[in-house]
Design a protein around this ligand. Structure first.
Ligand code: URA
Length: 282
């Protein structure tokens, strides 16, 4: 393939990613790429070298392996957000038709919180109350979530942003299907990209498994410091039980509290005053 052909395909992918999700994913940001031709110049065949001539051949270390040679990097692209804002992402979400969940939703539920959150809290998907109001975590589980966050000095009005894996309610509150989560993943990526949270708290199995791209169960994942690989960065992430699970089974409250205390320890270690505004508002 020629460098022009590669560049055309790359630009098409870049354009369609921006068009669908309203932002360029990390894969298309940063350094611009100069592509090489895969065409090997024709060189008139030489007679087979004698064993003496072999000694003067180009050393192996200088030979270019077309498969593994990295693309050359030329110039820098501007590192601003290209006019993308949380509002522009929400507006894209509001008209999204990327999956079947859009057929049955009342409102999209993009997320809510502060513009520069210390922590991004990520749940599974809207339930009935969220679908009615267009706001995340406002039903019974949401009220418990607010209490859990308040216990460690966090809230959606001072230092958090709350979002979900899918932005439309799955019928009967079923778990989102993998294709639905995938169809929505670009919006979550865009939100993380713009908000740049220092930490992520994943609420429940669906959030943790989709973020970490794993099938490991929540009992194993929860309470451990993990990392979300995001472009070239790693965002520290902890998973804990979903508040709905705590409402169904009281016995999960104690381990969830252990997780939250461990989460708070690190938040404090990195930024001792992270909850100052939260406590002054109480
Ligand atoms: N459960 C979630 O995972 N998210 C919400 O927004 C509400 C309930």
């Amino acid at each position: 393939m020629t460098s022009d052909e590669k560049e055309t395909i790359y630009n098409l992918l870049k354009l369609s990613s921006s068009w669908v999700y309203g932002y360029k994913s990390p894969k298309f940001q940063g350094d611009s790429i100069a592509f090489d031709d895969d065409v090997i110049e024709f060189v008139e065949p030489k007679p087979a070298p004698s064993s003496d001539a072999m000694a003067t051949e180009v050393p192996q270390s200088e030979a270019i392996d077309i498969e593994s040679a990295p693309p050359k990097v030329t110039g820098q692209q501007p590192s601003d957000n290209g006019g993308i804002t949380i509002e522009s992402i929400c507006s894209k979400i509001s008209t999204c038709r990327n999956c079947v969940l859009s057929n049955t939703r009342t409102n999209t539920v993009p997320g809510e919180g502060v513009q520069h959150p210390y922590v991004m809290v990520i749940g599974e998907g809207p339930g009935e109350d969220e679908d009615k109001t267009g706001r995340p975590f406002v039903g019974k589980a949401g009220q418990l979530l607010d209490k859990m966050l308040a216990a460690i000095g966090l809230s959606r009005t001072t230092n958090c942003y709350i979002a979900n894996i899918v932005k439309c309610r799955p019928p009967m509150n079923r778990t989102p299907m993998p294709d639905e989560a995938n169809a929505c993943a670009g919006y979550l990526q865009a939100q993380i990209h713009i908000l740049k949270p220092k930490f992520i708290l994943a609420m429940g199995r669906t959030a943790a498994q989709n973020l970490l791209k794993t099938n490991t169960g929540i009992n194993t994942l929860r309470g451990n410091w993990l990392e979300l690989q995001f472009g070239n960065e790693k965002i520290p992430l902890m998973a804990t039980f979903h508040p709905s699970a705590l409402l169904r089974d009281e016995r999960l409250k104690a381990p969830a509290w252990q997780d939250l205390k461990k989460f708070r320890e690190k938040l404090l270690a990195e930024k001792p005053d992270y909850a100052e505004v939260f406590y002054t508002q109480q």
